[in-house]
Write a protein that binds this ligand. Structure first.
Ligand code: BGC
Length: 374
């Protein structure tokens, strides 16, 4: 597993890694438009996730990759429109008070051909559809693009989430299907809010209504010690919550909940710039994730702490391999070292390159004014 190279990266070196991250993502994008999660890693090979992909598209879009991000959004829109009947059944069943089982909900990842694929997975996760809505609207806003090519898919994703956002499902880490996760709710709220401005009146009303209910639910059951909790009723913290602060902006960094959440994650999960997912993580021993280090950096930017954000970018840069590839996680500081080998035996060495890591690096570089965009 990669080790973190602890040296002071210069700004031109950091910028060069942003450039090569962008090139890596574009070179690996499938002709279908899908962004592979990690092209060679055994358990991810051949699949693209709505969650990873939405953040990848956002990073690429922020770096100026208009066409690449649009092609990813086309791919997502194609999947949603092809599943219009399934979504119709899900929405109707929920309205009827007899929601479909989890196995009939939309998958979390798809083959590049847009199919569910034959491999077993922890598939029912809602966050990616919310993050996708947010990312496609943000892409259109950033580059002055019409949302018309994606409008039917935006309607379908909205209907799906409005009908089903209260359901427990697997979280970002594909764990704890029995819980309602606060970062999942945050991703859904961000997506519905972004979409609402582009929807017909009745859909916009439903979307905004759901956002208000989500915010109220989080405020009553998803906050502990003034900060966001891992799931409703939990006292734990989780680094995925950073996204809900920035860039998704549901609980902004300037507010007390945003500020307290950043402080708790910094204190409990950040070790010298490397951020853990949560404090009982055992996946590959529970290492530090460069994509989360960059998310903490983004939160620091939003809180006006530029120097700390730059430290986060430097730490993430230090995880790059000799080929300038960023891994999913590094093993320098493991929460439970005894668990690492069994994952290596099961799935092989850590996913590298992980395109989501490259995308978060890009996104933070842009926010810090390091790298390509003028
Ligand atoms: C992570 C997910 C991610 C997937 C593909 C999993 O190990 O828990 O968040 O979507 O890998 O990168």
């Amino acid at each position: 597993m990669t080790a973190v190279e602890s040296r002071a990266w210069t700004l031109p070196e950091l910028a060069a890694l942003a450039d090569s991250s962008f090139d890596t993502i574009l070179a690996l994008q499938d002709p279908s438009g899908a962004y592979p999660a990690s092209p060679t890693f055994s358990a991810y090979r051949g699949y693209s996730w709505f969650r990873d992909g939405a953040f990848i598209a956002d990073g690429v879009s922020a770096y100026g990759g208009v066409e690449s991000a649009s092609r990813f959004h086309d791919w997502c829109a194609g999947i949603l429109v092809a599943r219009e009947q399934q979504i119709g059944r899900i929405v109707a069943a929920a309205a009827d008070g007899h929601p479909v089982p989890d196995s009939e909900m939309l998958p979390t990842r798809f083959t590049f051909a847009g199919q569910a694929g034959d491999d077993e997975w922890w598939d029912f996760q809602l966050d990616g559809y919310g993050t996708w809505l947010w990312a496609v609207v943000e892409h259109g806003r950033r580059h002055g693009l019409s949302l018309r090519p994606w409008s039917r898919a935006i309607e379908l994703a909205t209907d799906y989430l409005v009908s089903s956002w209260t359901r427990p499902c697997f979280d970002w880490w594909e764990e704890r299907v029995e819980e309602v996760h606060v970062s999942t709710l945050g991703c859904i709220a961000a997506g519905l809010l972004a979409a609402a401005a582009h929807l017909d009146e009745s859909r916009a009303l439903a979307a905004r209504g759901a956002v208000n209910e989500i915010r109220a639910l989080i405020r009553t059951k998803g906050i502990v010690d003034g900060r966001l909790a891992k799931w409703l009723g939990s006292t734990a913290v989780d680094a995925s919550l950073l996204s809900v602060i920035h860039p998704l902006g549901v609980f902004p960094a300037a507010g007390s909940i945003g500020a307290a959440t950043i402080a708790a994650i910094d204190e409990q999960l950040n070790v010298d710039g490397g951020v853990h997912r949560y404090n009982t993580d055992t996946f590959y021993g529970g290492g530090q994730w460069p994509l989360l280090s960059c998310m903490l950096g983004l939160a620091f930017c939003a809180a006006g702490e530029r120097d700390r954000a730059l430290e986060q970018l430097r730490w993430a840069a230090g995880t790059a391999t000799a080929e300038h590839h960023l891994p999913e996680q590094v093993a320098d500081h493991l929460i439970d070292p005894s668990m690492r080998q069994q994952w290596v035996d099961r799935w092989g060495t850590v996913a590298t390159p992980l395109l989501w890591s490259h995308a978060m690096y890009l996104r933070l570089a842009v926010e810090l004014g390091i790298g390509r965009p003028a």
